[in-house]
Write a protein that binds this ligand. Structure first.
Ligand SMILES: [Fe+2]
Length: 325
């Protein structure tokens, strides 16, 4: 029996964008992400704590639907990539070997639910900027934290990621019959590297960065307001019940959703008992009460198919929460 590949953590996301300069203004000038590499059609960005690039923005034509092109994970060694290649072959998943900037050996796999995954071990390391405080700008986003995906096949997807890729469940929400509506899973011992939301998909709900202090999240709001870009603030600031984290959700110029996130908790023990939340408990989403906007439940980024097209989406049998209809 093949062993489960050892995934270290979430590592990157690639977004396609229709106006690279508008994206640069949003992510670099306002949010303080740092440019590691720049080409006429792409930006490779990182937070001040990241030693590798964590967000790539790729220019596409203005008539093209922006997508999440890749969700990337770092693995423990090149041998782990071979385990994932074997898994893809056994399960009949589309896969190929690619190279990326700084990453000479990247395994691109389309998961059984349509999500565009990429796995790598080797990556050029760059000196971090953590203590180069004189170079920090704006809220100085720190590092990659997690992603959250919309899938109509939530239970099947959760089972696959747990069994095939070794993700561990930390928290979940369920109805009275035990049907899971959303789930949070980890590899690196934080509350999550990957969260699942039962909804129309496959789509990316959001990609998240860690901030060290809630004050940086307030600062982000002030900066966006000062730039007359307050409409890019979709939800928050607030505190989640699930994860306990302080949060802010933003929409970038192409509508991709990012979250700024801090103050979750250690969840790395292998015998951790997952926390169950009732769908009747509104505190799971916002500990202080308050309702998220409908867009937060219904909108997300399309994801790229293996051939470069957009993966068709399917509705979920799970209903929207009654209070947002
Ligand atoms: Fe999140």
């Amino acid at each position: 029996m093949e062993s489960v590949p050892n995934i270290v953590r979430i590592a990157h996301c690639i977004f396609t964008v229709r106006d690279l300069q508008a994206s640069r203004y949003f992510y670099v000038d306002l949010l303080g992400l740092n440019i590691l590499h720049e080409t006429p059609t792409a930006l490779y960005l990182r937070g001040v704590e990241d030693r590798e690039w964590t967000l790539k923005l790729e220019q596409v034509s203005t008539s093209t639907e922006p997508t999440a092109r890749q969700i990337g994970y770092k693995v423990w060694s090149d041998d782990e990539l071979l385990k994932i290649e074997s898994l893809a072959r056994r399960q009949g998943l589309d896969y190929r070997w690619e190279t990326e900037k700084d990453r000479p050996k990247l395994l691109r796999v389309q998961d059984p639910f349509g999500f565009p995954l990429a796995f790598y071990f080797q990556s050029v390391k760059h000196p971090w900027l953590l203590q180069d405080f004189h170079l920090h700008r704006g809220p100085a986003i720190h590092r990659v934290d997690h992603c959250n995906i919309f899938t109509p096949k939530l239970q099947d997807a959760l089972d696959w990621y747990r069994n095939a890729l070794g993700f561990r469940l930390t928290e979940y929400s369920a109805d009275a019959e035990g049907k899971i509506a959303a789930a949070w899973t980890t590899r690196r011992g934080s509350v999550h590297d990957l969260a699942f939301t039962g909804a129309r998909g496959p789509r990316l709900h959001h990609f998240a960065f860690y901030m060290p202090e809630a004050s940086r999240i307030f600062q982000t709001c002030d900066i966006l307001a000062g730039a007359r870009m307050e409409k890019h603030i979709e939800r928050g600031p607030g505190r989640h019940g699930i994860t306990n984290a302080f949060f802010l959700y933003l929409r970038d110029p192409d509508g991709h959703r990012i979250e700024l996130f801090t103050s979750d908790y250690y969840a790395g023990d292998p015998d951790l008992e997952p926390i169950r939340w009732s769908l009747d408990d509104a505190r799971r989403q916002q500990l202080w009460g308050g309702i998220a906007p409908k867009s937060w439940f219904t909108e997300g980024s399309a994801v790229e198919a293996f051939d470069g097209s957009v993966v068709p989406q399917h509705d979920s049998e799970l209903p929207l929460p009654a209070y947002i209809r």
